[in-house]
Design a protein around this ligand. Structure first.
Ligand SMILES: [Zn+2]
Length: 225
């Protein structure tokens, strides 16, 4: 709730461009109001979305990107993981070479993100759970086509001069993520079915709204984000 739509639109602006000319055109027409200054094309893109253009340019002018990013765009894959139905949309799927690509826009590739569970800083990919996402995609592609593909994350930063890089996730980590998923999705499925109560995260709008004062905490235990 109450989350800004800007990062989502930013991502879709970029993704639709790499999907097809028509997809991008349709997206821009549909979201004129949000994308352009005072909602009018004549006034040009809002500053935040002209940044998306910079990110696009950083990639399309890169030989490595041009040579690599070839395959079926926005490929839908479905599957069943321990009786839970899953669906994924692959940015670019290249079955011939056994790879799939995921485009990620990021504030700064090298920014550190505090992880409260691990009590350490992690990078953007781990912070956002992209390793888990890639593990699920790999499994769904395998179930759909019978080919085990290697995930490739192409990251481009939203900095004034965009940074870019290309990453993968090692198979050991992908397998680990799938184990985690199998463990945790059971509970989520039970919550969806109304068989279990959800566990409050204590951090979101919903949790704050329903918070009740009770246990007294020591000031030394106040959580820091
Ligand atoms: Zn919550």
């Amino acid at each position: 709730p109450n989350r800004s739509q800007t990062p989502l639109l930013f991502g879709n602006y970029l993704h639709s461009f790499f999907e097809s000319y028509q997809a991008h055109k349709d997206f821009v027409n549909e979201h004129q109001k949000e994308l352009f200054s005072r909602g009018n094309k004549k006034n040009g893109l809002k500053k935040v979305y002209s940044q998306a253009d910079k990110c696009i340019k950083a990639l399309i002018h890169d030989e490595g990107f041009k040579n690599a990013y070839i395959g079926e765009k926005e490929a839908i894959v479905t599957g069943d993981i321990d009786n839970v139905p899953w669906m994924g949309k692959i940015d670019c799927l290249d079955l011939d070479d056994g790879v799939f690509f995921d485009l990620k826009t990021v504030d700064d590739i090298h920014k550190k993100h505090w992880n409260n569970e691990k009590h350490e800083y992690v990078n953007f990919a781990i912070d956002c759970g992209y390793d888990l996402q890639m593990a699920i995609y790999q499994e769904l592609i395998y179930q759909t086509y019978g080919i085990k593909c290697t995930p490739i994350i192409i990251a481009v930063s939203k900095q004034e001069v965009p940074d870019k890089d290309i990453f993968t996730v090692n198979q050991f980590r992908l397998d680990d993520c799938m184990d985690d998923l199998r463990q945790h999705q059971q509970h989520m499925q039970q919550v969806i079915n109304g068989e279990s109560k959800p566990i409050a995260c204590g951090e979101c709008d919903y949790c704050r709204l329903h918070k009740k004062l009770g246990r007294i905490h020591d000031i030394q235990d106040i959580r820091l984000d």
